[in-house]
Ligand binder design. Structure first.
Ligand SMILES: CC(C)(COP(=O)(O)OP(=O)(O)OC[C@H]1O[C@@H](n2cnc3c(N)ncnc32)[C@H](O)[C@@H]1OP(=O)(O)O)[C@@H](O)C(=O)NCCC(=O)NCCS
Length: 163
C-alpha cells in the first residue's frame, strides 16, 4: 500500500538518492533541488510546500511535493495563486512500470482532498510536452488540459482536476 512520510534525517539522503531513468531526468528536478525549493517556499511564511517520501509498504519508492498558492512569481495566474499543485512526482527507476506511479497519484490527490493547506477548487500540474507517459497518466486520471502556462517553464503544458 502506498503511504507518505515527512522528510526527516531518517530518510532525507535516501530520498535524494532516488532517480528516474536517464532519459527522464529532463522532466523532473532532482529531489535535492525540490527540497531546497520547499525550504525556501516555507520560509516565505506561506507554508505551501509539502515534500513527502513515497513508500510502498516499507520500501521507499519515490517522492512527491504538493504545493498551494503562489510561489512568488509575478506572472502567476489565479489558477496557480489559489489552488493546489502536484509540484513534483517521481518514482525511482527500479519501481516504475508496476502501477505504483498511478497509485501514488491517487494517494496524493486523496491527501490534497483533505485540504492540508486550506480549501481550494482545483489541483493543477505542469509537464514537459515530450513527457507523453506522464501526460497519458494525468489525462486518464481525469485531469484536463488548460491553456495556462507555469510561469517559470515557458514550454510546459498544464492540466487541472476539480477537487
Ligand atoms: C511518470 C511516472 C511517475 C510514472 O510512474 P510509473 O510507476 O512508471 O507508472 P505506472 O506503472 O503507474 O504506469 C502508468 C502508465 O504508464 C504506462 N507505462 C508503464 N511503463 C511504461 C513504459 N516503459 N513506457 C510507456 N508507458 C509505460 C503504464 O502502462 C500505465 O498506463 P496504463 O494505465 O495505460 O497501463 C514515472 O515514469 C516517473 O517518475 N517519471 C520521471 C519523472 C516524471 O516525469 N514525473 C512527472 C513530471 S510532470
Amino acid at each position: 500500500m502506498i503511504r507518505f512520510e515527512e522528510i526527516t534525517n531518517k530518510n532525507i539522503w535516501k530520498v535524494c538518492a532516488l532517480e528516474p531513468f536517464e532519459n527522464q531526468k529532463e522532466f523532473v528536478a532532482e529531489n535535492i533541488q525540490s527540497l531546497a525549493e520547499a525550504y525556501a517556499t516555507r520560509n516565505e511564511g506561506n507554508n505551501n510546500a509539502l515534500p513527502l517520501a513515497v513508500y510502498n509498504d516499507e520500501i521507499l519508492i519515490g517522492f512527491v511535493m504538493i504545493g498551494k498558492g503562489t510561489v512568488g512569481n509575478e506572472e502567476e495566474s489565479d489558477l496557480i495563486k489559489e489552488n493546489y499543485s502536484l509540484w513534483r512526482l517521481m518514482i525511482d527507476q527500479k519501481y516504475q512500470g508496476q502501477g505504483l506511479g498511478k497509485q501514488t497519484m491517487d494517494a496524493a490527490v486523496s491527501l490534497i482532498r483533505t485540504f492540508p493547506c486550506g480549501e481550494a477548487q482545483n489541483v493543477w500540474l505542469s509537464y514537459e510536452p515530450e513527457n507523453t507517459r506522464a501526460r497519458d497518466i494525468y489525462l486518464k486520471y481525469g485531469f484536463v488540459e488548460t491553456s495556462e502556462m507555469c510561469g517559470s517553464v515557458d514550454a510546459a503544458r498544464s492540466v487541472t482536476l476539480t477537487l
